[in-house]
Structures are given as structure tokens and as C-alpha cells.
Design a protein around this ligand. Structure first.
Ligand SMILES: Nc1ncnc2c1ncn2[C@@H]1O[C@H](COP(=O)(O)OP(=O)(O)O)[C@@H](O)[C@H]1O
Ligand SMILES: [Mg+2]
Length: 592
């Protein structure tokens, strides 16, 4: 189906300016449809192949259609694209020829519905460029009430303006999201700005706005200006409304409410005969918006205060730690400082948005930075994060931050024993058995560098020795096991893609065939992702006879209880192949 512009331009006499005019017309012509309780069809002449310029058009095509919201439609079908000959559309043809509104005497019968037809020529730059066929479903017209008569009168005025080329206005652009429609509230003004008709909804809107008197016979501009707080920037808009001279749309606040007001001057033969004012009461809408905004601000503020309070608690504990002599007590206090600090990181991130979730990569990087800072100054631990957490619900973020802090800290404290070495945090996130990459779903096999965790594994395995620069010189662990990882070495040969990071990527799934099956294969419910985290160090390794389940010290106890409780996940701590320790943590999280 051709576009609106294409259908219009099928008539070679019509140019881009005409397309623009017709486009402005159809964004506003619902006013005419509503005021006249009528369906509108926009017909454009379609000249035949051997029609000379200026020939009487023999065929027409519908390029746009509008239905009234105030009455029943006369067309149950979509008419756009429909074609008809001039002989079938005598009214349209004669409106085009005569350049003025043409009415049918008697209603026509369409599908056993009486329809009254009227053809309105659309004038632009002195020419008639299209014709609006207006068909009123007469079943809907009862004994006309005052409202209906006022509507029909306004419709007739608008029709005249369209045929004279003064509607649609050239500069009626506005940034208001939804302009009022006829049904929201209609006021008619005389040329002096005095109200000659108020629809019931318009009256209600003004009552809500704070007006108690009689609107009929009042000066709308003055009434409105009295209610709006003086000195508000709406003065100019009000002035335009008072005179009814300009096409304007504006939003006005009073103490009691908010109105969106749109003014349409009515012109006939260049003379101003009055104005239509459309009014919409948006008081409830705006107060809901304000409520939501203040709720967002409150949530942010609370997170901010929680963060500040946690930082205060940490500072107090730190002060106390400096004063105690007993080493054990001091260590305990320092650990408490660290734990409180990692919760504060989460709240700091939460305070930056209004969502109940956060991008955990930022949190993880902050925690990695904190751990690196804590390690002894001579031990240059360069932590590496590979892969992405992505967004994580706020309630998961705090336990996860605590668990990570403990694991990273143990890796530096016990694994590397405050000596230089490699510390790696690898993250993979799976959805429906697929590894999620930065740019969406990436296959879990065969994409070097795309899978989180792979690069650092290579760094740790020493598969690519160019990784050494990143990890510092003193990595006695690096390289010592590379002989046994020949499979990994082979794989990495052609993988130059990750070269810019200084680490050669190895596809872990291929390189380590004896690894457990991809975790995504384990059952996770719909709408749930699986996050798999590896924390590895190439340090001392676990002590003889280490058993996570029976480890009674506080750090791993916290880890165990958070993983099984809050995170509902699974954790394993074991010797890392090639030396050091490897912690594997998996837990489900909402697919955000
Ligand atoms: N990455 C690691 N490398 C070596 N040993 C570790 C590692 N992580 C934990 N451990 C061992 O597990 C023990 C318990 O750790 P944790 O519960 O955190 O207590 P703490 O850190 O206070 O000793 C540690 O003392 C250490 O022996
Ligand atoms: Mg510990």
C-alpha cells in the first residue's frame, strides 16, 4: 500500500508543500469529525494517463479517513486506498470545480443507514488540492440539542475555513503531548473574547480550575487570568486567548487545578468571527505525575541516606579498630568495616537511579578496586573482571556484594597471601541455555573472547604469555602450569580478536572438556537467568583437609548462609587446576 505522501503525489499537480498541508490537515481534522458527528474521507484526484494538464479529473482516491468519537460511524470498513470515478462522486467533483462547500439535499442510503453528504474543498495557496467528503450517519442525530447545534455551527465554520485555506493553521505546532479533543470541553467565543457557548465538560473543567460564577457571557481570558497565579509565564498565552487571534495550545495552573487550553480562531473571508477553545482538565493527571516524581526522589534520597549512614557506621568501627590493642579484636573490627562498606556500595549505586535493580558490573568493579587497595602495597594484585553481570534486582545485590567481598578478600588474604598474583572474577549469565553477551545472546561454544571468564582463565593458565604484562611481573603461578594446558594453547593460536586486552582468549568450553556440563542445562524456571561466577586466584591453595560445609570461620559462614538463603544458589570451593583456588558460585536471578 503506498504511503500517504505517495498517494497524494500520484497527482502530478501536487507538490511537497501540498503534502505537508494535507498532513497538517489530517492531524487536526478529528475536530471537524467530532464537531459534525461525521466520517471524513480525504479524496485526491488521480489523473488518467492521457489526461492533459488542467483536464477534469475522472477518478479519485481516498488518502485518509477519520471517524467521529462523538457519534456512530458511517463506514465500518477502512476506506483508505479506495478509488472511485468522478461520476460516482458528483459532490466531490463539483466541490473541486466550484471551490466551495457543496451539500447534498437528501440523505443517501448506505447499507440501510441514512447518510448526509457534504464535500469540502481543501484550499492551499489559492488552489483546491483535495476534497473532504463528510458523511454524517443520520441515525445518530436526534432532535438537536444546544450542544449539537453549537457543534454543528462550529463544524460549518471550520469547513468554511478549510475551503478558504485558513485551516489547518500554518504554525500550530506544540510540544504538549495530548491536545484536548472536542469531547474534553468546548467553549465558543465571540470576536471580543466573550463566551457564547460552554459545553458541560468545559464547565466542569473550569469549576475544577476554581471558577465559581457563570461562564456564559464572561470574558474567558479575564476569568482564566484571574485564576492563574499572577506573573506566571502564561500571560502571553492568555493574551492570545483573550483576543482569540492566534492558534495556540498551552497549559495553565491555578491553585486548584491544571487545564490544557487550545484556541482556534474562527475566520470567514479574512474576518475574525470568534474562536473555538478546547479545554481539557489534566488536574488528576498532573498530580499523579507529581506524586510519582516525588516518590522517585524519595526513593533515591532514602538510598542516599542509607549509604551515608552505613559510611558513618564504617567510620565509627574504623576509629574503634585503631584504638584497640588486641590483634584479634582489631581484625574483627576491620572485617566489619569492610562488610558494611560493601553494602554501602550497593546503596550508592541504588541512589543513582529510581529502579529497583542495578547494573551490578559497577558494584563488582568497585569491590574489586577495594580489595586491590586493601592488599599490601608491595603486592600488586591486578584484579580482572571478565563477562558481565548485567542488571540485578536490588534485593539480590546486597547479599551478592557481601559474598563477593568475602571471596575476593579470601583470595587476596589466604590465596595470594598479600603477595603479587592473579585474581580473577569471571561472570557468565545464561538465559534459556544461551550465554548472554553484551550485544545479546551469544552461543556458549566457539566464540573466543565473547564468553565471560575465558580471557582471564587464559591469563591465569599462562596460555598466552603476552598476558603477563597485565598481571605484573611477579606471577610465579603464571606459566608454571601451561605445559599441562596444551589444549588451551592450541586453541588460542588463531584468536587474535582479544589481542587489544593483552590477554589471549581461550574458549573454556572447548579447552576444558572434563569440566562440568554448561550450567544453563540445569533446570531454571521461565523468566529466570542463571548467573555463574568464578573467583580464582593462583596462590597458595586451600589448606589440607579444607571442607566448605564444616568451615566454622565467620567469612565463609556468611557466604554459605547468604548463598543458600538469599541467593538460593550453589557454591563450590576447590583447588584450581594448575594451582590456587577456584570458587564457583551459581544462582538464579530474574531475567531483566
Ligand atoms: N582463596 C583461598 N585460598 C586459600 N585458602 C582459602 C581461600 N579462601 C578461603 N580459604 C581458607 O578458608 C578459611 C576460612 O575462610 P573465612 O571463612 O573467610 O575466614 P577467614 O578469612 O577469617 O580466615 C581461611 O582461613 C583459609 O584457610
Ligand atoms: Mg575471610
Amino acid at each position: 500500500m503506498p504511503s500517504f505522501a505517495e498517494s497524494v503525489r500520484a497527482n502530478p499537480a501536487l507538490g511537497t508543500a501540498d503534502v505537508a498541508t494535507l498532513q497538517r490537515l489530517v492531524t487536526d481534522w478529528h475536530l471537524l469529525a467530532d464537531l459534525s458527528f461525521a466520517d471524513l474521507l480525504l479524496w485526491v484526484a488521480q489523473p488518467g494517463p492521457d489526461d492533459g494538464p488542467g483536464a477534469e479529473p475522472r477518478a479519485f482516491r481516498v488518502v485518509a479517513q477519520a471517524r467521529p468519537t462523538t457519534g456512530p460511524t458511517a463506514y465500518s470498513d477502512d476506506m483508505v486506498g479506495h478509488q472511485a470515478t468522478a461520476a460516482e462522486l458528483p459532490l466531490v467533483a463539483s466541490a473541486l470545480r466550484a471551490g466551495r462547500v457543496v451539500r447534498d439535499g437528501d440523505p443517501q442510503w448506505r447499507d440501510r443507514v441514512p447518510v448526509r453528504l457534504e464535500a469540502i474543498p481543501v484550499r492551499s495557496g489559492g488552489r483546491v488540492i483535495a476534497v473532504i467528503a463528510r458523511s454524517t450517519n443520520m441515525i445518530g442525530i436526534r432532535m438537536p440539542s444546544r450542544l449539537e447545534l453549537s457543534y454543528l455551527q462550529a463544524a460549518s465554520d471550520l469547513s468554511t475555513m478549510i475551503s478558504e485555506g485558513t485551516f489547518p493553521p500554518k504554525d500550530s505546532r506544540t510540544d504538549l503531548s495530548r491536545l484536548p479533543r472536542i469531547g474534553d470541553g468546548l467553549v465558543r467565543l465571540d470576536p471580543a473574547g466573550v463566551i457564547t457557548y460552554v459545553s458541560p465538560n468545559a464547565l466542569s473543567a473550569y469549576r475544577r480550575f476554581g471558577f465559581a460564577g457563570n461562564l456564559l457571557g464572561s470574558h474567558l481570558g479575564r476569568v482564566t487570568a484571574q485564576l492563574a497565579p499572577s506573573g506566571s509565564p502564561t500571560d502571553e498565552a492568555l493574551a492570545a486567548m483573550v483576543s482569540g487571534e492566534a492558534f495556540r495550545a498551552t497549559e495553565i495552573d491555578s491553585v486548584d487545578g491544571t487545564l490544557v487550553i487550545r484556541t482556534l480562531p474562527l475566520l470567514r473571508a479574512g474576518e475574525r468571527i470568534g474562536a473555538l477553545v478546547l479545554i481539557r482538565d489534566v488536574t488528576d493527571l498532573r498530580s499523579r505525575e507529581r506524586e510519582l516524581m516525588s516518590k522517585d526522589a524519595t526513593i533515591r534520597e532514602i538510598h542516599h541516606r542509607v549509604k551515608n549512614n552505613l559510611q558513618t557506621v564504617a567510620a565509627l568501627l574504623r576509629l574503634q579498630s585503631r584504638r584497640v590493642k588486641a590483634v584479634e579484636a582489631r581484625t574483627a573490627l576491620d572485617e566489619a568495616v569492610r562488610r558494611v562498606g560493601s553494602i554501602a556500595v550497593v546503596h550508592e549505586m541504588l541512589s543513582q537511579g529510581v529502579e529497583d535493580r542495578l547494573d551490578f558490573d559497577h558494584v563488582a568493579d568497585r569491590l574489586l578496586g577495594l580489595v586491590a587497595d586493601v592488599s599490601a602495597p608491595e603486592a600488586t594484585v591486578t584484579p580482572i573482571r571478565t563477562g558481565h553481570f548485567g542488571e540485578i534486582p536490588a534485593e539480590t545485590a546486597t547479599p551478592l556484594a557481601l559474598v563477593l567481598t568475602e571471596l575476593l578478600h579470601n583470595a587476596v588474604e589466604h590465596g595470594l597471601q598479600n603477595r603479587p598474583g592473579a585474581l580473577m572474577l569471571g561472570i557468565r549469565r545464561y538465559r534459556d541455555g544461551q550465554l548472554l553477551g553484551r550485544g545479546g545472546v551469544v552461543p556458549s561454544v566457539g566464540r573466543p573472547g565473547a564468553a565471560g571468564g575465558d580471557q582471564s582463565r587464559a591469563a591465569l593458565n599462562g596460555a598466552g604469555q603476552n598476558g603477563a604484562g597485565q598481571n605484573g611481573a611477579g606471577q610465579k603461578g603464571v606459566g608454571q602450569d601451561s605445559a599441562g594446558q596444551s589444549g588451551a594453547g592450541q586453541d588460542s593460536a588463531g584468536q587474535s580478536g582479544a589481542g587489544e586486552t593483552g590477554v589471549v582468549a581461550v574458549n573454556a568450553v572447548d579447552a576444558l572438556p572434563d569440566e562440568e556440563p554448561p550450567p544453563a542445562l540445569r533446570a531454571v524456571g521461565f523468566g529466570t537467568d542463571l548467573i555463574r561466577i568464578e573467583v580464582e586466584d593462583d596462590g597458595q591453595g586451600l589448606p589440607e583437609g579444607f571442607d566448605l560445609a564444616s568451615s566454622g570461620s565467620l567469612g565463609l559462614q556468611i557466604v554459605r548462609s547468604l548463598v543458600s538463603g538469599e541467593l538460593k544458589g550453589h557454591i563450590e570451593i576447590a583447588a584450581r587446576r594448575g594451582g590456587g583456588t577456584r570458587v564457583l558460585l551459581e544462582f538464579p536471578t530474574a531475567s531483566i
